[in-house]
Design a protein around this ligand. Structure first.
Ligand SMILES: [Zn+2]
Length: 385
């Protein structure tokens, strides 16, 4: 795959882009062809999808987590994915909790072997041994063994920048030269790096200044990750700068930034990174409600412009809730149906994660763009998926 070509390709459609922007303000209902597209006569080839049509399309959730799944629940879970024609890229994560990470790696390898059409996976490596002479050799061994079992990518998590420290107490950033040989190895194997670096902008604000209920809930429950309460940790822009510096130092490494690259609050800042780093794409996991906070037409224009660089993802998890597999599948159903409605139609969508009364209008993206963000981009940015 040549991502440079992908980037250039996205500029080949300015006429379609302008046309879509022009009629988007008025398209009605969830039908395939908003009336304006016929009336304008500008491009009758643009088609749309209903929720039902998008549900039937092949799709990939490029950011999900099988944290645990009882053997007797596997078939039921996979049947739900079948129903949505959705595959999961399950991401193993948190190197500073090696025992838990090893369990995720083992479950992911097993689910991929049993359901190769429905489950792809991302490996990660131990960081509990950071600073020991053998950590790097062990990290590379874990990655190599993951690849043997079908892993397509390697995850680095926000522990770089926010948790992991050297013996002298200084925080280890993701552009640390000691990590470089591991990133070089990932690149040499043709793997993708999945990078969750930093946190949403809200993380560095007090709870009562955050822009959505989801951030308030998350940082109330996880004060250990609440940047506002951690003045000794590097701040928001230091996190972003370290990720950018890592991208600049590894231009040949294909990187998918998790969670809109932690630039969910400002699409211009995100666009600037997509322009600067042609080998960088982002997933939307757990940040669709941030898109829903922005001006609707601005989001729509952004997605159409960067339609080759955005991957659908949710951060859905199996095995963490207190309601068992039924609870996980209920949430899956609710999330996917709401997201299809938001991206495919221009109907009203309730977003309780912003506030109990928030309602936003769907984006009514063209079918060709939906196919990219829900499927084709994941296969391009995670070759082998
Ligand atoms: Zn995640």
């Amino acid at each position: 795959m040549r991502n440079n070509q992908l980037v250039r390709k996205s500029y080949l459609f300015p006429a379609v882009f302008i046309f879509l922007t022009a009629f988007s303000a008025g398209c009605a209902g969830s039908g395939k062809e908003p009336a304006e597209s016929k009336m304008s006569g500008a491009d009758e080839n643009v088609s749309f999808m209903t929720v039902e049509e998008l549900m039937r399309e092949p799709k990939i959730d490029a950011h999900a987590h099988f944290m645990a799944l009882a053997a007797e629940d596997e078939k039921k879970f996979i049947a739900s994915l079948d129903q949505h024609n959705m595959s999961w890229l399950t991401i193993s994560t948190v190197g500073t909790d090696w025992a838990n990470l090893r369990k995720q790696i083992s479950l992911a390898g097993h689910l991929h072997a049993d359901y190769p059409g429905r489950v792809g996976w991302v490996v990660s490596f131990n960081l509990e041994n950071w600073g020991s002479p053998e950590w790097r050799r062990q990290a590379i061994e874990t990655i190599a063994s993951g690849v043997k079992n079908g892993a397509l990518a390697v995850k680095v998590w926000k522990e770089f920048g926010m948790l992991l420290k050297d013996a002298d107490g200084s925080f280890v950033m993701v552009d640390d030269p000691r990590l470089s040989p591991v990133l070089d190895y990932i690149e040499s194997r043709g793997l993708t790096l999945t990078a969750h670096i930093g946190e949403p902008y809200n993380c560095w604000l007090p709870l009562d200044s955050m822009t959505n209920q989801r951030s308030v809930d998350y940082y109330s429950e996880h004060p250990q990750y609440h940047g506002y309460l951690l003045p000794e940790a590097p701040g928001y822009w230091e996190q972003i700068a370290s990720r950018d510096s890592m991208l600049a130092r590894h231009p040949g490494l294909r990187v998918v930034g998790a969670h809109l690259g932690s630039l969910e609050w400002n699409l211009d800042e995100l666009a600037a990174r997509l322009e600067s780093y042609p080998n960088f794409a982002v997933d939307m996991a757990e940040r669709i409600y941030n898109l829903q906070e922005h001006d609707r037409d601005k989001v729509r224009d952004f997605i159409i412009k960067y339609q080759d660089r955005l991957l659908y993802g949710t951060d859905l998890v199996s095995g963490w809730g207190d309601k068992g597999v039924e609870g996980d599948l209920e949430k899956l159903e609710r999330t996917y149906l709401s997201d299809y409605r938001y991206f495919a139609t221009d109907e009203q969508v309730k977003v309780h994660w912003i506030s109990p009364t928030t309602v936003v209008r769907g984006l009514a993206l063209p079918a060709s763009v939906l196919r990219k963000i829900f499927y084709e981009n994941a296969r391009k940015w995670y070759p082998g998926l």
